[in-house]
Ligand binder design. Structure first.
Ligand code: FAD
Ligand code: 2HG
Ligand code: ZN
Length: 478
């Protein structure tokens, strides 16, 4: 009989976090797939262990132990990322550092308009904590019921309120981070002004776990609006949607907190797979737009502003039909339709995602040209265009031709289609990752599309902060 020798690192990790918080394949009854498989169920890895620290000191001790054994660490929050950034590779040698046990709201400072929270706090719980204290925490995205603030900061998440409040980066005033050497950087200052050298916070945000582990963050709070109104409008073209956006900025000013665009095919998928959601006015229009007006005065004021805006837009021919939600339940229903596009795409079969940004002024040209290019090069492809038009961020997704197998299609065409789309993005001075990040998915594409000097500076930063490449290797930088 062969005896399984105790793994020295695993023994150490068990001492640091407790046996129950170090999950391995040694126990056949333990299913590690929730941590090893990506949200889209396209990629799976194999972890040496899933480690679940309970506090910052444990994170630091785990990193020190892993560094001593040269064992790579993959930080993970809610595992809702869409670019294969938070799961281990196939080597069986990486540990997943799951942050979900560290989920406490540490402090709320009403006078400073800040909230300090641990990295594993689910975004929705953070929003609720802010609301219960009488404030708004505006970061909002479809995965908010399971993604964590650590993952949001790791990816610099965007979502639906960016045009008014900015992305995760703009909402963060301070960080607590465990470095690749296992040291703790105490940076939870909550200061709005601090010019004491390089801004390390901004280096960590969006670094996708490749420079350090975010253990806590101090986030900005905002006053709650007096009223929030949502409208759904049919628009005859992308040009018209852009005109409507300009008018909405002009008329609503900072009240404009959401401006989403949805192509007809994207909405047809929601209608097909979730008919109970009752998608409004989509059959006779190529595009619909979802607008949100957050008013500091009253609902009556907001409604008046919205009605005047839509009237002008209709007179200009930029809107052909529109509905304004009558109450919060209706508004939530409209937003739910928008947030269901991703899931409707999953139901339709495997697809190719492009999370891109283009200057708003160029989006209509980009879509027209790129649609035509793809239809010519890959006949029959179905384009699922939607996204945060207010930020110039399109989810320019590509579904297999009707009746063909999604998996076969992705295998055969993903690389070709990515190159066609990304070359177009470059031509239009855009970015190949607007909000989801680079992860492992775009790591090989990045050097072709990012400025070489910027790539060299990124490599120098990585080398300086993580010289042994133990922090999420193979992500962001190859
Ligand atoms: P994970 O998936 O666990 O990790 C993501 C990355 O962050 C990985 O590289 C990981 O290593 C790193 N990371 C995680 N925690 C930490 C930490 N504590 N310290 C350092 N690095 C860490 N994204 C948007 O931007 N906008 C959207 O509108 C949006 N909508 C979505 C809708 C759906 C239905 C889904 C499934 C996803 C959506 N996403 C969106 C993508 C995803 O939700 C975000 O990227 C989110 O920020 C990831 O958070 P997470 O906790 O799940 O992170
Ligand atoms: C959204 O805006 C998300 O709904 C997901 O960023 C986008 O499914 C996608 O491609
Ligand atoms: Zn998005």
């Amino acid at each position: 009989m062969t005896q399984v020798l105790p793994h020295p690192l695993l023994e150490q990790l068990r001492q640091i976090c407790g046996t129950a918080n170090v999950l391995t394949h040694e126990d056949p009854a333990t299913d590690l797939s929730p941590w090893e498989q990506d949200w889209r169920k396209r990629v799976s890895g194999r972890a040496l262990a899933v480690v679940r620290p309970g506090d910052t000191a444990q994170v630091a001790a785990v990193v020190k132990a892993c560094a001593a054994h040269q064992t790579p660490i993959v930080p993970q929050g809610g595992n809702t990322g869409l670019v294969v950034g938070g799961i281990p590779d196939n080597s069986g040698q990486q540990i997943v550092l799951s942050m979900t046990r560290m989920n406490a709201v540490r402090a709320i400072d009403p006078a400073n308009l800040t909230l300090t929270v641990e990295a594993g706090c689910v975004l929705q719980n953070l929003q609720t904590a802010a609301e219960q204290a009488g404030f708004l925490f505006p970061l909002s995205l479809g995965a908010e019921g399971s993604c964590t603030i650590g993952g949001n900061l790791g990816t610099n998440a965007g979502g639906t309120q960016v045009l008014r409040y900015g992305n995760a980066r703009e909402l963060c005033l301070g960080l607590e981070v465990v470095t690749a050497q296992g040291e703790v950087w105490h940076g939870l200052s909550g200061l709005r002004k601090d010019n004491t050298g390089y801004d390390l916070r901004h280096l960590m945000i969006g670094s996708e776990g490749t420079l350090g582990i975010i253990t806590a963050a101090t986030m900005k709070l905002y006053p709650q609006p007096a009223a929030q109104l949502t409208a759904w409008a049919a628009v005859p073209s992308m040009e018209a949607a852009v005109e409507l956006l300009g008018l909405a900025h002009q008329r609503l000013g900072p009240g404009l907190t959401g401006f989403e665009v949805m192509g007809q095919f994207a909405l047809s998928l929601v209608d097909k797979h979730f008919p109970h959601l009752r998608v409004p006015i989509w059959q006779d229009t190529p595009w619909c737009v979802l607008l949100e007006n957050s008013d500091s005065e009253s609902e009556q004021h907001a409604r008046g502003q919205f009605e005047a805006l839509l009237e002008t837009a209709m007179a200009q021919g930029w809107v052909s039909d529109a509905v304004v939600a009558e109450n919060l339940t209706q508004a939530k229903g409209l937003w739910h339709i928008r947030e269901s596009i991703t899931l409707a795409q999953v139901q339709e079969g495997q697809n190719i995602k492009h999370d891109i940004s283009i200057p708003v002024s160029q989006i209509a040209n980009f879509v027209k040209e790129t649609d035509a290019l793809l239809e010519r090069e890959v006949p029959g492809v179905r384009l699922v265009d939607f996204g945060h038009l207010g930020d110039g961020n399109l989810h320019y997704n590509v579904q297999a031709p009707e009746g063909s197998d999604g998996k076969d299609f992705v295998r055969a065409f993903e690389d070709k289609i990515n190159t066609l789309v990304f070359d177009q993005v470059k031509r239009f001075n855009g970015s190949i990752s607007a909000e989801h990040g680079v992860g492992a998915q775009k790591v090989n594409k990045l050097p072709h599309y990012k400025d070489p000097t910027a790539m060299a500076m990124m490599r120098a930063v990585k080398q300086a902060l993580d010289p042994h490449n133990i922090m999420n290797p193979g992500r962001v930088l190859a």
